[in-house]
Design a protein around this ligand. Structure first.
Ligand SMILES: [Zn+2]
Ligand SMILES: [Zn+2]
Length: 374
């Protein structure tokens, strides 16, 4: 076997170490809570039953969402984003970047792409040989282009992106609940243990009042581990809640996507409620269950330039006067025909009174773009 293959195999195995570590901690916490705390330490049957039911419920949801985050494959762009064979050959033969861009521009003409690189070039992945859809990034760890990539998470050994972002959020939420429940119920036994220790030292209290030394050890560590994980996950979860509210990925926080009018970190923000629905879906009953309900296909995202019907425009233009969508930006409010490819063609398409406006026939399901209040 070639050395590079051995190295790759080693890397693949090593990448599972953080996951194995978490799995071991979770398995130990299950044993410590169920066996050492509930079976050996708690004497009241009612208390035992209530704790065990709630514990297993939170444990199950936590493990389920963690499992789904780990084993949901990252979504890659569909075939329509790959260059045709002829274009690919032409692109590879061509050495001048401006001509390469011309080929990409032609290929991207009918694709739903609203963002470019900071230098206004079509975003192209040389490694995967495809035109990157909006919000898609190449992950060097997975070596593929990942739709709506958020980050590559070593704790799940997977890319967090369009296909599993909801699972990742639920995993954070359920792990917080799990840690909180464990810490809250263990606390009284932890205190009991310490006060007994003190009494033992001071008054020489009888042995066997807190019978199992082993249980003491597990109870002590359960509280420490649960509190430690709770604090560290809380900050990450709060950050991701804020990101969901803004419909922004971690990558977009550090590097704002470039739209036609320039970089705009809020370019995909549709308002807090709609942003939440983008990730969790329209049906609230599925929000807390780790099954895929995110809206869209991962390649095509509504922007603050929302695509809607002419009839809707008539209503919305009466109710919602055009607003500036950012401190330094205002999007055009005039309808544009779908034949104009979003942000990739020349500046002239944004001229206020283009002839294409007349192409929008009433009743026809032509898409137009209108600025919405975010
Ligand atoms: Zn790629
Ligand atoms: Zn990755």
């Amino acid at each position: 076997m070639a050395p590079s293959h051995v190295l790759k195999c080693c890397q693949k195995v090593l990448a599972w170490v953080p996951v194995a570590f978490i799995a071991l901690v979770v398995a130990w916490s299950y044993y410590a809570y169920v066996v050492e705390l509930c079976v050996f330490t708690i004497s009241s049957t009612a208390e035992k039953a209530v704790y065990l039911v709630i514990f297993h419920l939170s444990f199950f949801m936590f493990v389920w969402s963690y499992w789904k985050t780990i084993f949901t494959s990252p979504a890659s762009p569909s075939k329509e984003f790959c260059l045709s064979k002829a274009d690919k050959e032409q692109y590879e033969k061509e050495e001048r970047p401006e001509y390469q861009q011309e080929i990409l521009r032609r290929a991207a003409k009918d694709l739903p792409i609203y963002t470019t690189t900071a230098s206004r070039a079509i975003r192209y992945c040389d490694r995967c040989q495809l035109i990157k859809p909006d919000r898609c990034h190449h992950c060097s760890a997975c070596d593929i282009c990942v739709l709506k990539m958020d980050h590559h998470c070593p704790w799940v050994n997977n890319c967090v992106g369009f296909s599993n972002y909801k699972f990742f959020l639920l995993f954070l939420m359920y792990s917080l609940l799990y840690c909180l429940f464990v810490a809250a119920t263990v606390l009284q036994y932890f205190i009991k243990f310490w006060t007994l220790c003190h009494r033992k030292a001071a008054e020489n209290c009888p042995k066997n009042e807190f019978p199992y030394t082993r249980a003491k050890f597990h109870v002590l560590f359960l509280l420490f581990v649960a509190a430690m994980f709770f604090i560290s996950i809380l900050s990450l979860f709060s950050y991701h809640c804020w990101l969901v509210g803004k419909n922004r990925s971690t990558i977009e926080t550090f590097r704002a996507p470039t739209f036609r009018n320039g970089p705009d970190k809020n370019g995909f923000s549709l308002g807090c409620s709609k942003n939440l629905r983008e990730v969790f879906g329209d049906e609230k009953k599925y929000w807390l269950i780790p099954i895929f309900t995110s809206l869209g296909d991962g390649c095509n995202f509504p922007t603050r330039l929302v695509i809607m019907d002419p009839e809707q425009l008539a209503v919305s233009s009466q109710n919602e006067p055009a607003k500036s969508s950012g401190p330094n930006q205002s999007f055009p409010t005039r309808p544009l025909s779908e034949s104009q490819n979003q942000l990739l063609t020349s500046d002239s398409q944004w001229v206020e009174s283009g002839p294409e406006e007349e192409n929008v026939k009433s009743g026809a399901k032509k898409h137009i773009i209108v600025s919405l209040e975010s």
